[in-house]
Every structure is written in C-alpha cells, then in structure tokens.
Design a protein around this ligand. Structure first.
Ligand code: PEP
Ligand code: MG
Length: 614
C-alpha cells in the first residue's frame, strides 16, 4: 500500500528515486565498554572508519562541483583531511579505547565533548571555527562507524538520491551536490525558510515541514517527491509511479513552454511596462538569470557568501563576488543587500549566542551596526564593486529613521575612508531600505526622505505583522500573504512611494505566486523580484492582462476584512480576467491545504499544473 506524507511545497517538480537519510546532528552515543582482548579490534574499527572518511573526502575533492570559483568547499574538505590526522582527535580516541576500554564511537564522542569544553570558552572566532571543523570530522567518522550518512559533500554514493533530513543547515544547502541530489524533504521549515528559498534557486524539487519524516522513511526506500503539491509517496505501486511520472513530464513540458515568455517584454495588454527582476543567493546564479527573463537583480542575499564559507570572506573576496555579479548583468541594475545574518541564517565564522527568538534578535542591520568591523568590510567591497556596473545598495530589517540614519552615517564614514585612501569606488550608489517590519511601514513617509528606493520584504513583513514564525511548519497555515493587515500595509507603502516619488519594489516570495501577483498589481505595485524560475510564469500572466481590469479590484480588496474572503474574491476575479489559467485553489494556497486529510491528498495528487494556453 502506498503511504502518503503531506508537507509544505517548497520547490516545484516531481522526482522518483531512492531515499538517502541524512543525519545533521552528531549522534548521541551511549557509553559502552569493551573487553580488554577486544581493544585491538576496536582500534582497527576506528582506523577503518578514518580511512573511509579520507576516501570520501578525496573523492569529493576530485568532483567537478567542488571546483567552484571561490574554493570554499575545497577549503573545508582540505581542512578536514588535516583534522583526520590530528593526534588530538583520532590519537586521543585511540588512547581512550586502550586505557578506558571504551567503544570507538563513545571514545570519539568523549574527545569531541572535551574539545567543546575547551573551545566554547574562547572569544576568538578562530577557535570556534576550529571546533566546527573538529565536529564535522568527528561526525563523519562517527557516521562511518555507525554506517550512517552525515556529510552531504562527499559520502553520497554515485546514485542520484532524494535527501531526507530533519533540517538542512545553511552551509548544507549552499553546498548541496546538485548532480546527486534530485530532490529533498525535511521535517522542519516553512515556505519562506532559507532551505525552501534555496531549493527554488537551485531548482531542486523539495518539500519541507513533513512531520515524522525520519521515522517513516528508511535508507534506500523508493519514494516519490512532489514538490509542487508538497507530498511524498512511500513505496509507490507501479500504477502510482506511472501517474507521477506522467505528472512530472507534464510539469516539465509546461515549464519549457513557459520559458518562451522569458525573452518577451513584461508589458500588459494595455501597454504598462513592469519591472521583473531576480533574487539570487550565490554570485554564480547571476549567470543564468537572463535566461529566465530577469531585467536585473532585485535582491542579492549576500549573507550566503558568509554562510557557505568556513572563514570570513575578506574585502577582496567579497569585492570579486559583487563585481562578478555586476559583470554578469552587463549594466542591468543589481540590488546588493547588506548581510541579513541571524534568524535562520548563520555563518560558521561569526559566533552568535543562542537566542530564544532569533528572528527578533541579533539580526540583519542591527547585527551589522553592532559589528562595525564586519559591516565596514562589506560596505567597502560593495562600494568598490559599484564601479563595475549598476549597483544599488540595500539595508535589511530597517525598523525606523534613527536606525537608518545610523547606517547611512556609517556608510558616509566608509566612503570618506575610501576617498582618503584614494581607492576607486561608486560615490553615488543609490541606497534603498527593506520594508519588512510593521514599524517601517508606519514611518515609511519619513524613511522615504532618506532613501532612493523601498523594497518590500513580504516574507518578513508577514511573519512580523501576523506574529507567525516563517520557519515553523506547525503554524504555516497561519502564514497568510493575503491577510487584510498585510495587504493594507503594502498598499500604504505603495501610496507613500507614489507621493514621495520613491520607487517601491517587492522581493518577498509572495511576488512569485500568480494570485498574489495579481493582487499586488491591483494595489499598484509595478516592480517585482523573485526566484528566477518563477519569472516566465509571472511574465506570461502580466502579458495576458489589462491593468485597467485590476484597478477597482485593488480598491475593493482593501475593504475586505478576512484573508479567506480576500482569497475567494481574488480567485473569482482571477478566473474572470484570465479564464484559461488553471486557477486551482490548492495551487494558489498550497500551505493552507497542508492540514488536509491523507485521502484528500491522494485525490488531488494528480492535479496537473497546466500553463497558460492562449
Ligand atoms: C523578505 O523578507 O521578504 C526578503 C525578501 O528577505 P529574506 O527572505 O532574505 O528575509
Ligand atoms: Mg527579509
């Protein structure tokens, strides 16, 4: 019998393949002692696991996808090779096996525990970095002792697999070997968690927020992952498999057909030209965005440079990365957002204490203003790179005027420094602010006086205005982009923008949802930025509508008082103005349906998302 698991759709597409379980935690090891005559055998086991680990790392180093421009993955793997030979780690483990008669797993876990006690008291980030390496290497060796996969970079077999994990860390996702992982599913996460966002950028079908996933799936099980509907089918029958294969082919064909829109202008039937740009996380993604029809880059999430690196990227490394993106874009605008670390995005090299509410804590601009050294380096790199294209700078999570002024004053200081050093930089780079806090919405008028543009970060604006943690799958159904509270805020910002002649963009995920996109157009939004893969569909929609059809729609929608009514009304209007588009309720609000019964999932599994057929 097929078992269906429902989660949250994170990245579209259907894949079928063997499951590979990935354990991100260093496993808890129970104490186990061995007989004195078993010591040699135990030491042999340890060194066998070390040898397998070395082999895995060397094979990863030989693979093409670790030969990337900035060497990050290679650097990490090379460091791991050094630690495999470190007497402090393996030597001491061997010693414990001999002296304390502990099992290899337990001895190693004790050595790591001891290292943690020593390193955690140190202020210097290099010690922290060193401990992160020790932990990674120990996790790999333990994994090999226990026969579990604990590292993505190198211990995958040559087969293509569907990765199953409790969660994926930012550096896991940033270094996913795309040639081997055809899809992934996680137990935690919401539609706008970093894992979901990155899956869409990498165009790997993914489902997040699947409760009980690791208990139900075993290594090697054949599974179907439907990232468009957020479902997994375990042990599918031949018939179900065939149906999903058909669905997968259909989705691919639809996407290919939509790609023809990529190269057409984003102009409505009544001649309104709209800006549609791409969001990117990693510099080399910029290479492909033009193929999806992006007019520029509306959001470069620079924090991923920090998240995927083991050590802090230097000013020069950052400068090269920003310059590369600007050059790929050949004069088109590029919005470089200063690092938005914190929340669910952390970097190995930047120690931050655990917080009860990380999204409310040491994050984004507030983190930068308290870590001026890091901030200075980044601002210098962005300003210097600005000479090589049309760069714009943007600050995340601005809460009010005072904070913005502080950031702007610091920017002036950095410019002055570059000036005094006679370093070439872009003096007149436009500066924008993200509107993603309700307080920023309320003081938008004041913020506009200091900024060249606004970009609405709806992922955070929704989270903060509805108090719904964007990565918590348990409350994902409460995360409502079309909540009247959210829409009225967006409308307010658009109006302020018009009044003050401050361009307003939107770069949150809601821009890519076809129904939300119509609502946003109705509210007067004209600039959108989204994951590149979503651009052709949005262009197709834009090219099939008349703005005049949406005007009264936008006004009327602001009078509605519940999200459910807004959704119903918006769907009705959408069906009227675009009758050929398959306005499937489940597709429009996938998360809301996360709580449906398993039978209902089975009934709707095969709803094929057709493209616009003209
Ligand atoms: C947002 O909050 O909508 C946004 C685009 O920023 P991020 O998703 O990186 O927080
Ligand atoms: Mg944000």
């Amino acid at each position: 019998m097929d078992t269906q698991l429902a989660g949250i759709p994170a990245s579209t597409g259907v894949v079928i393949g063997p499951a590979r379980l990935y354990h991100t935690q260093v496993p808890k090891i129970r104490p186990r002692t061995i007989e004195s005559d078993a010591v040699d055998l135990e030491v042999e086991r340890l060194y066998k696991a070390v040898a397998i680990s070395e082999e895995q790392i060397r094979s990863a180093l030989g693979r093409e996808d670790t030969q990337d421009g900035d060497h990050t993955v290679r650097d990490i793997l090379n460091t791991h090779l050094v630690y495999l030979k470190d007497p402090m780690l393996i030597g001491q483990t061997e010693q414990r096996i001999g002296e304390q008669r502990e099992s290899a797993e337990y001895a190693l876990s004790q050595v790591v525990g001891e290292a943690e006690r020593i390193f955690s008291g140190q202020e210097d980030p290099r010690f922290r970095e060193r401990f992160a390496d020790i932990q990674d290497v120990a996790r790999r060796v333990l994994g090999n002792l226990l026969g579990r996969m604990t590292d993505l970079g190198s211990d995958l077999s040559h087969r293509q697999v569907i990765l199953i994990a409790h969660d994926l860390s930012p550096s896991d996702t940033a270094t996913l070997p795309k040639d081997r992982i055809i899809g992934f599913a996680t137990e935690v996460g919401g539609p706008t968690s970093h894992t979901a966002i990155l899956a869409r950028s990498l165009r790997i079908p993914a489902v997040v927020g699947v409760t009980g996933l690791l208990e139900q799936v075993a290594d090697g099980d054949t599974i179907i992952l439907d990232g468009s509907h957020g479902t997994l089918v375990l042990g599918p029958s031949a018939e179900i498999r065939q149906r999903y294969e058909q669905t997968g082919r259909q989705i691919e064909a639809d996407e290919n057909r939509l790609r023809t829109y990529a190269f057409l202008p984003s102009v409505t039937l009544d001649g309104h030209a709209l800006d549609i740009s791409a969001n990117i996380e990693l510099p080399d993604e910029a290479k492909d965005v033009l193929q999806y029809g992006a007019g520029g880059i509306g959001l470069f999430r620079t924090e991923y440079l920090f998240m995927r690196a083991r050590s802090l990227p230097s000013e020069e490394e950052q400068f090269q990365a920003y310059r590369r993106v600007l050059e790929y874009m050949e004069g088109r605008p590029v919005v470089i957002r200063t690092m938005d670390l914190g929340g669910d995005k952390f970097a190995h090299a930047i120690p931050v204490p655990d917080e009860m509410n990380p999204f409310m804590g040491w994050r984004a601009i507030r983190f930068c203003l308290q870590n001026r050294g890091l901030f200075r380096t980044q601002l210098r790199a962005i300003l210097r790179a600005g000479v090589f294209g049309r760069a714009r700078m943007m600050f995340p999570l601005i809460s009010g005027v005072r904070e913005l002024q502080e950031a702007l004053a610091f920017l002036e200081e950095v410019k002055e420094e570059l000036h005094n050093e006679k370093v070439q930089f872009e003096e007149h780079m436009p500066v924008g602010g993200m509107i993603e806090l309700p307080s920023a919405v309320m003081v938008a008028e004041d913020l506009a006086r200091h900024l060249d543009f606004f970009s609405i970060g709806s992922n955070d604006l929704i989270q903060y205005s509805l108090a719904v943690d964007r990565i918590n799958e348990k409350i994902a159904h409460l995360y409502q982009p079309l909540h009247p509270g959210v829409l009225r805020m967006i409308s307010h910002v658009v109006r302020v923008g018009h009044r003050q002649e401050t361009p307003v963009e939107i770069c949150g995920e809601m821009a890519a949802n076809p129904l939300c996109c119509l609502v946003l157009l109705g509210l007067g939004m004209e600039r959108f930025s989204m994951s590149p893969g979503a651009i052709p569909r949005v262009k197709a929609i834009v090219r099939s509508i008349r703005m005049e059809q949406l005007r009264s729609f936008g006004e009327r929608i602001l009078d509605i008082s519940t999200a459910e009514e807004v959704e119903r009304y918006a769907l009705r209007v959408a069906r009227r103005i675009l009758p050929r588009y398959p306005w499937d309720e489940e597709q429009a609000f996938p998360v809301r349906h996360e709580q449906r019964s398993h039978e209902a999932v089975a009934d709707t599994d095969l709803v094929v998302e057709a493209s616009l057929r003209r």
